[in-house]
Design a protein around this ligand. Structure first.
Ligand code: HEC
Length: 132
């Protein structure tokens, strides 16, 4: 029992310290921004390539420069899917339908990159989930 209390105390202290120690240096910020921008660039490349599908169609043919993707409106009801979905579900809908490709898993780096690019293109736009 004594040990358990000690353990919990150490755990609680550890948590408090971790929360306080959540500081980062300029180098950290630079590195993380560079990693983020690399994902955006990768997404931009994918968006303009036909590698996601099987019929040589690319996203930019219907959404030039990431237009008409409205990431700020997700999650929302999408009539094509018939329920409330996230941005990635619509990305997959377009991969499956216009591009005739295979859907990407949520943690596929290509999905993350597409989400990064599409959302980056609309940065600064107020969030409007559910909006049509
Ligand atoms: C042949 C044309 C076409 C292509 C190519 C296409 N899309 Fe779409 N996309 C559509 C249509 C049509 C819709 C549905 C429009 C709506 O819901 O208002 C849509 C909707 C979307 C939406 C949701 C838009 C919104 O306003 O909610 C996203 C995100 C999206 N597409 C991403 C992509 C991505 C990523 C690709 C490439 C993998 C792609 N699209 C390729 C036609 C296309």
């Amino acid at each position: 029992m004594k040990n358990l209390i000690l353990f919990i105390t150490i755990l609680a202290l550890g948590c408090t310290c971790a929360a306080v120690a959540d500081e980062f240096t300029k180098e950290d910020l630079k590195k993380w921004q560079a990693e983020y921008m690399a994902a955006v660039k990768e997404g931009e490349k994918l968006f303009h390539s036909s590698s996601l599908g099987k019929n040589k169609v690319s996203c930019d043919m219907c959404h030039p420069n990431g237009s008409n993707t409205h990431p700020e409106t997700y999650p929302k009801f999408q009539k094509q899917i018939g329920k409330v979905v996230g941005l990635r579900d619509m990305i997959n809908w377009c991969i499956q339908n216009p591009l005739e490709g295979d859907i990407l898993k949520a943690d596929d780096p290509r999905m993350i990159a597409l989400e990064a690019y599409i959302t980056h293109e609309r940065r600064g736009t107020p969030l409007a989930p559910g909006k049509h």
